[in-house]
Design a protein around this ligand. Structure first.
Ligand SMILES: [Zn+2]
Ligand SMILES: [Zn+2]
Ligand SMILES: [Zn+2]
Length: 95
């Protein structure tokens, strides 16, 4: 039986909680494309689209740039995700 609690990776223990800028996926906007949800790279403060979006720019950027941690930029959502470790956490911010 699995009783062990999964430990958070280092990145998720120090997620910056600054206000996120408004605006859509910077890569989709450049391509004239659309997205489903928005994700915010906490490393370079840029916005890209989620895994449900056809372009999955946030994941591609996270892997390619070595910026694995994103925050959800959806209204009312306060969580972060690490693409490198496939783990997430809730954040103590009011959305
Ligand atoms: Zn991680
Ligand atoms: Zn995009
Ligand atoms: Zn980044």
């Amino acid at each position: 039986m699995a009783t062990a609690q999964r430990e958070l990776c280092d990145e998720l223990q120090n997620v910056p909680l600054e206000d996120m800028p408004s605006g859509g996926c910077i890569e989709c906007l450049e391509m004239g494309d659309t997205w489903v949800h928005l994700r915010y790279c906490v490393t370079c403060q840029e916005t890209r689209c989620c895994d449900d979006s056809k372009n999955t720019h946030a994941r591609e950027h996270g892997i390619a740039a070595g910026h694995p941690v994103i925050r959800s930029k959806e209204p009312g959502e306060a969580w972060a995700w690490c693409y490198e470790h496939g783990a997430g956490t809730r954040l103590a911010v009011s959305a």
